[in-house]
Design a protein around this ligand. Structure first.
Ligand SMILES: O=C(O)[C@H](O)[C@@H](O)[C@H](O)[C@H](O)COP(=O)(O)O
Length: 244
């Protein structure tokens, strides 16, 4: 892997499998260094995490002790039932948490049965019980869309203008409906943020975020500059192909 420092965090460029392994290594190292009573690790949505879950389950990549003693959730969620293929937590549970027998009391989905604002409030309370004051998650995984969105911050998102200083929120997203998401304030309250960005389809967006002069509202992943000291980008050669 090659490493570069950017204004948006550390950038590691390598092969998919080494990036998958590095994601585990980073999270496990964070846990080993952590003094948290309840270590919290949030996954995310999209196709990359789903491939990572399958790899992690098949290869036993995550140590059993970590699986048994970590509280798992997702950093953003669509308002769909858990048994939907569109459910980010549902996918994590089906592909990794259930096959690896993570204790049910350590699985923390957003409560999508509530209307979105209530679901966000219920989730804030759950996370407040698990985490010390001022902490959103110990580890937060994110992806980036080819429109440069991350979490549920799509271009033009109100959350990028003002998130009310809460760590988690409901947001009505044009054409995509309601979503539940960590906020920019929440990202700043994470211990470690890992952004996995793979494939040629991400090359232009990655260039715009890391090296372009777009406004934050047009390239939302630029929000990661506000917490760059905690951010590690895991990027393959195809996604990095337009970087200078
Ligand atoms: O629910 C989602 O889909 C995530 O919030 C979203 O931010 C995702 O991480 C990116 O779109 C990357 O997705 P891919 O892994 O499919 O590229």
């Amino acid at each position: 892997m090659t490493e570069k420092q950017t204004d948006y965090g550390r950038l590691l460029i390598g092969e998919k499998m080494e990036l998958f392994a590095e994601a585990v290594r980073l999270a496990v190292a964070q846990k080993e260094a952590s003094e948290s009573t309840n270590f919290t690790w949030a996954f995310t949505g999209g196709s990359t995490p789903q491939a990572w879950y399958q790899w992690a389950a098949e290869t036993d990549a995550i140590p059993a002790e970590v699986l048994a003693s970590t509280h798992f959730t997702v950093s953003d969620e669509r308002c769909v039932p858990l048994n939907s293929d569109e459910s980010n937590f549902g996918n994590a549970e089906r592909k990794l948490l259930a096959p690896k027998s993570v204790p049910v009391e350590h699985r923390h989905p957003w409560v999508v049965a509530y209307e979105p604002e209530k679901a966000a409030e219920a989730y804030r309370r759950t996370m407040q019980l698990l985490n010390p004051p001022g902490k959103a998650y110990d580890v937060c995984f994110l992806g980036m869309g080819d429109d440069a969105h991350t979490a549920s911050f799509f271009p033009g998102s109100e959350l990028l203008k003002s998130d009310g200083s809460v760590f988690f929120a409901a947001v009505d997203t044009p054409q995509k409906g309601w979503r539940l998401t960590i906020t920019p304030t929440g990202l700043q309250a994470c211990g470690l943020i890992v952004v996995m960005t793979l494939g040629a389809g991400k090359a232009e967006a990655l260039k715009r975020v890391l090296e372009g002069d777009d406004a934050l509202l047009d390239a939302p992943s630029k929000i990661l500059k506000t917490c760059a000291d905690k951010v590690v980008w895991l990027v393959d050669e195809a996604a990095a192909s337009q970087l200078s």
